[in-house]
Structures are given as structure tokens and as C-alpha cells.
Design a protein around this ligand. Sequence first.
Ligand code: ATR
Length: 315
Amino acid sequence: MIPNGRKQCRSRCQVECADSAEMEKMVEINGKTRVCGLIGYPVEHTLSPVIHNTLAGLLGHDLVYVPFPARPGSVKDAVRGADALQILGLNVTVPYKSEVMDSLQEIDTLAGNIGAVNTLVRTEGGYKGYNTDMEGLYRAMQSEDIKIEKERIILLGAGGAARAVAHLCALKGADTVYMLNRTLDKAEQVADEVNRMTGRNVICPILLQEYHRIPEGRYLAVQGTSVGLAPHDDMVVISDPAFYKRVHTGFDLIYNPWETRFMQLVKAHGGRAYNGLKMLLYQGIIAYELWNDVQVTKKDAQVVYERLKAHFGVS
Ligand code: ATR
């Protein structure tokens, strides 16, 4: 029930957001409406339309954002088709962040180093690929006053997501990153690659169950594995209290569930803990800024964040 005098927001989230709704303009699709979208498989559960369609409304842009399911094997055709249709920009999600790189005109250096692209911007001769996930994580951390520079960090995982976090930490001047993974080989590969690139031994690979080898001290811990993702809410890679006593801040890249087991354990041992929703928010905002050559204000970012939160029943 929406109280009198309040408007219901347009982005299908069915929440009352009177202030923002009053500032927003409806996008009425016409002959000049620009289209952005998402390619991935599947895409049914994406929250990206909430981010981009809300921003278009807040900024009064004549733009709509649409998810496009691209069947396995169809990514090249999807990118070529998008170019032919003059689609302004695309996000790219699982499972195509690496595969899409073969279909691009140009790749930004950071995305090339990470080996994953999540944002395409249309240029004269085709699309240019960027990785806004990492800069998104960085902005999310900045917004919570979490420092990477000169920090000693524990990074759980060595898959696609954790690999990108390792690059970010090295790039932003972390002191040391202890990369814990169930498969040591993978952590060693990432360490070789990142350490060679930065010219210093910033990434230190350790087998997951040997976490006690991490030197004494209190750390920022980034949870970059897929363990704990809904519906497996009660799972966590490490449950030993001795580990959590070393964590002053925990950042889980997962945002579904809202509070992961990892976050609960960090908090139970006196640390502060954050989920990955702000990372999702800022990767989207950076993509929107690239497509539209604008700077999104903190105030507008907050409006979008509130809408995203509403999807989790959190106020
Ligand atoms: P993403 O793109 O989300 O990073 P991914 O590349 O498949 O997905 O990586 C998943 C990460 O979660 C890996 O670090 C994986 O460890 P392995 O490299 O040993 O496979 C980690 N992971 C997944 N299931 C795990 C489990 N049950 N225990 C510990 N680590 C797990």
C-alpha cells in the first residue's frame, strides 16, 4: 500500500520512493531513444536494469536498458548484431566476460590485464571493452572507508572474480595479498602473472587449509569464492574462529544472501562486514558514465542503492 501523495517507483521494485520518483522523468520510448543492455546467459535475475533505468530517469536521459539472453555460441553474433543496431553500450555477464574479448575492436588496458570485460562502449569501428567490476569494487570500498593502499589483505579464492581483485589490490598499492585457494596451482598462476606485471611480490599464494601460515596481525579479508551464494547460505570457506580473529574488515563479493555466513563470522569476532551490492552498484554507475559521458552524483548513487536494497527487503 502506497501512502497518499506518494508515487510508486517505475523500476518494478514495488517500493515507495517518493522523493526520487518525484525527481524522475518517465522515459517515453520514441525514434531517438538510445538503447543499452546486458548480454549473458541466463539474464532473468539481473538487477542491472534497476541501476540503468533509474539513472536514465534521474538524469532525464532518453535511454532504456534491456537484458538480452545470448545462447552459448552466439556471443560473436550478438555483438555484431548490437553494433548493426547501433546499441550504445552493453554490459557482459557470466559466462561471457572472457569470450567476448575476441569480438571487440579495442580493449582497455586494465580489462586486458585482468582478462575479463564487463562493459562495451560503441565506437566508430566496433565496441571497446572495459572492466568496471574492479573500479566498482574500489569505489564501493572507498564509500565505506576501506583502504587498499599499503594494506595487508587476505583474498579468498583464485577464480575469475578473485583474480580481478588480485589485480586491483596490486594496482592500488596493497602491501601484501595472501591469496588462499582450495587449488593451490590456480593461486600460484595468478600470483606469477600479477607479480610479474607489478614487478614486486605482492601476491602470496597459500593453500586454503593452511591459512594459519598467514603472519600474525589484523587484515582486510575479501571473500572472492562462490561459496555461500544462495541457496547455499550456510556455507563458508573457513569457519575456524582463529581465522576471523585476524579480520578487522570483511568484504564479501556475494550480495545474495544479503548477509553471508562469512560476514556473520567476521562480525561475531568484532570486525565490520560488507556485502557486494555496492560493488554491483558502482560497476553499473561506471558503465553508465562511460556510455553517457557524465558523472553520477553521490545523491543519485544513493537513490539507486536504495532501490537495489529494496529487492532484498532491506531498508
Ligand atoms: P567466479 O567467476 O565467481 O570467480 P570461478 O572462476 O568458478 O567463479 O571461481 C570459483 C572460486 O570459488 C574458486 O576460487 C574456487 O576454488 P578452486 O579454484 O579450488 O575451484 C572456489 N570454490 C568453489 N567451491 C569451493 C569449495 N567448495 N571450497 C573452496 N573453494 C571453492
